[in-house]
Design a protein around this ligand. Structure first.
Ligand code: SF4
Length: 239
C-alpha cells in the first residue's frame, strides 16, 4: 500500500485531533463516559485513541453469544495489546435467552422482523442498558457514510432512549480515513474485514458484501434496508 501523501497525512492529523478532542470533552464534561466496542474497524480506532491518550473512559463490549470466531480472536488480541485497558464484557441474561429459544427456536430471528428485534433486545439491548447505567456519555464508532440509517448523525447528540450524550468522534470520517488510521498506528483488526465484511455483528446475521454494496448491506440482509438497525442506534427524529 502506498505511503500517506503529505496532504492526506495532514487531513488525517486533523481528523485524529478532532476525535481526540471530542473524546476528551466527553470524558470531562459528560463523565462518566463509556466506549462501546464491537471490535469493528471503527471501534478499534476509538479503542486505540482511548489507549494512546489514556482518556478516563470505561470500555465495554456486548457478547451476544453468537459472535463469529474472528471477533473472539480479536477480543483476545486486544486484551494482550491494550494491557492498560480493561474491556468489560456484558452477556445477555441466561434466563432471557433460554425463554427466547424455548419460544422461537435458536434461529427464530430469521422468521420475522419482530422476532429478529426481540432477539437483539435480549442479546444486545438489555445488556447495553446495564452497561450504560449511570453513564453520562456513550462513545460510538458510527459514521455518516455507513448507511442510509446513519446519514444524519451528529458528532454529539442527546440519546433519548438511553438518557445520555451519544458521542460519535468518527461521524465525518470516511472508510479510507479509518483504514489510514489503522495502518498508521498498526491497529489490530477483525480478520473478517479482509474477507468482504465491512460491518460485523452476530455470525448468523452477517454476510460478506460486494464492493458496490452499502457497507451495512450484509447485516440482516434478508430484511429491507430501512429496518437494518438492531436497536442500539435507532434513528432519532427531530434532532
Ligand atoms: S444480530 Fe442476530 S443473533 Fe445477534 S442478537 Fe440480533 S437477531 Fe440475535
Amino acid at each position: 500500500m502506498a505511503a500517506e501523501s503529505a496532504v492526506a497525512a495532514t487531513a488525517l492529523d486533523r481528523l485524529i485531533a478532532d476525535a481526540e478532542a471530542l473524546i476528551d470533552q466527553a470524558a470531562r464534561a459528560h463523565a462518566p463516559a463509556a466506549l462501546a466496542c464491537s471490535f469493528g474497524a471503527e471501534d478499534m480506532v476509538l479503542l486505540d485513541i482511548v489507549a494512546r491518550t489514556k482518556s478516563p473512559v470505561a470500555v465495554f463490549t456486548l457478547d451476544t453469544g453468537r459472535l463469529p470466531q474472528e471477533t473472539y480472536d480479536l477480543m483476545q488480541t486486544a486484551r494482550s495489546q491494550y494491557r492498560g485497558l480493561t474491556i468489560e464484557t456484558y452477556f445477555p441474561k441466561a434466563e432471557s435467552v433460554e425463554a427466547y429459544v424455548r419460544a422461537n427456536g435458536v434461529n427464530g430471528f430469521y422468521d420475522s422482523v419482530v422476532l429478529r428485534e426481540r432477539c437483539c433486545g435480549v442479546r444486545k439491548i438489555e445488556p447495553l442498558k446495564r452497561a450504560l447505567a449511570g453513564k453520562k456519555s456513550w462513545i460510538t464508532g458510527l459514521r455518516r457514510e455507513q448507511s442510509a440509517t446513519r446519514s444524519a448523525i451528529a458528532p454529539i447528540e442527546w440519546d433519548v432512549a438511553n438518557g445520555l450524550q451519544k458521542v460519535s468522534p468518527l461521524a465525518e470520517w470516511s472508510n479510507e480515513d479509518v483504514w489510514a488510521y489503522v495502518k498508521r498506528f498498526d491497529v489490530p483488526t477483525n480478520a473478517l474485514h479482509r474477507k468482504g465484511y465491512p460491518s460485523i455483528g452476530c455470525a448468523p446475521c452477517t454476510r460478506a458484501v460486494e464492493p458496490h454494496e452499502d457497507p451495512r448491506a450484509g447485516r440482516w440482509w434478508w430484511e429491507n434496508a430501512d429496518t437494518r438497525e438492531c436497536g442500539l442506534h435507532p434513528r432519532q427524529h427531530g434532532k
